[in-house]
Design a binder for this molecule. Structure first.
Ligand code: DC
Length: 245
C-alpha cells in the first residue's frame, strides 16, 4: 500500500528510543493476523519480532520428517533439542533454522498445520520452548513476541499485552487466502472446521493453553485492515509508555 509522506513521518517517529527495554506480547487464535501484525508493529516501533508459532511448527515438521510417533514425547523433545532451533535475526521477519538449515515454507505445510496442536500440547516440549523464548528475550530485550501463551505464561510481566480476536469465519477466510497464495485451495467451510478444531485443542490443553491474559488489551480485528490494527496497537503502546514515564 502507498503511504502519504504525512503517514510515513508519523510512523517513523513511532520508533521507541533504543535505550528502552520493552516486551510486547500478542496472543490469540489462528487467523487473527498475529504474525503479520507483530512483524509490522515491530518494524514500526524499531523492535525485534519473535514468532513462537514457528517454533512449534518447526518441532512438528521435525517429528513428521523423522517419522517419530506423535505419542513418543521423549524422542520428539530429544530430537527438537538436538535441532537447536534458532532464528536468523539478520532477516525480517527472521526465518527459523534447524540444524543451522532454514526450514522455509515446510513449517506452513498442511500436514504440519494439522498436527501442530497435538505436538504443541506436549508439556516437556512446552517447557523447552518457554526456556528458549526467555533466552531469546535476554538476547533481544526490545521484542514483540506473538503466540498463544506469551502474555499468560512466558512473559507475565510484559510491558504491554495484546489479545487479538476475530470472527471465526473471517479468520477461516484469511487462512484460506494465505494458502491460496501458496497454490493450495481449501474451501472456506473446510478451513473453518480446521480452525475451530485447532482453537478447541489449543485452548483446552493443560499446559500453556490459549487464554486471554487478565491484563491484556483485547482487539477485535474482524472489520479492521492490517494498517488500522497496527496504528491502533502502536498508539496504545506509546500511550502506555507515556503514562508509565
Ligand atoms: O500461530 P500459528 O498458527 O503459527 O501457531 C501454530 C500452532 O502452534 C498453534 O496451533 C498453537 C501452537 N502454539 C502454541 O501452542 N504456543 C505458542 N506460543 C505459539 C503457537
Amino acid at each position: 500500500m502507498l503511504q502519504s509522506p504525512a503517514t510515513t513521518n508519523r510512523r517513523t517517529s513511532q520508533v521507541i528510543p533504543p535505550d528502552t527495554p520493552i516486551i510486547i506480547t500478542i496472543d490469540g487464535p489462528a487467523g487473527t493476523g498475529k504474525s503479520t501484525v507483530a512483524t509490522e508493529l515491530a518494524r514500526r516501533l524499531g523492535l525485534d519480532v519473535l514468532d513462537t508459532g514457528a517454533m512449534y511448527r518447526a518441532a512438528t515438521a521435525i517429528a513428521i520428517d523423522h517419522g517419530i510417533d506423535p505419542d513418543d514425547h521423549e524422542r520428539i523433545v530429544r530430537t527438537v533439542a538436538d535441532a537447536d532451533l534458532h532464528f536468523d535475526w539478520s532477516k525480517t521477519p527472521p526465518p527459523i533454522l534447524a540444524w543451522l538449515r532454514p526450514m522455509d515454507d515446510r513449517i506452513r505445510d498442511e500436514d504440519v498445520s494439522a498436527l501442530v496442536s497435538k505436538i504443541s500440547a506436549i508439556p516437556e516440549l512446552r517447557r523447552h520452548m518457554v526456556r528458549k523464548q526467555r533466552l531469546i528475550f535476554q538476547q533481544h530485550p526490545r521484542l514483540v513476541s506473538e503466540g498463544r501463551d506469551q502474555g499468560s505464561v512466558v512473559f507475565p510481566d510484559a510491558t504491554v499485552k495484546f489479545y487479538l480476536d476475530a470472527d471465526p469465519r473471517v479468520r477461516a477466510r484469511r487462512r484460506a487466502e494465505q494458502l491460496a497464495r501458496r497454490g493450495f485451495v481449501v474451501p472456506v467451510d473446510e478451513m473453518l472446521r480446521r480452525i475451530l478444531e485447532r482453537d478447541e485443542q489449543d485452548s483446552t490443553r493443560s499446559d500453556g493453553p490459549l487464554v486471554c491474559p487478565e491484563d491484556a488489551i483485547v482487539v477485535d480485528t474482524t472489520d479492521m485492515t492490517l494498517d488500522e490494527v497496527v496504528d491502533h496497537l502502536a498508539g496504545l503502546v506509546h500511550a502506555r509508555l507515556d503514562r508509565d514515564g
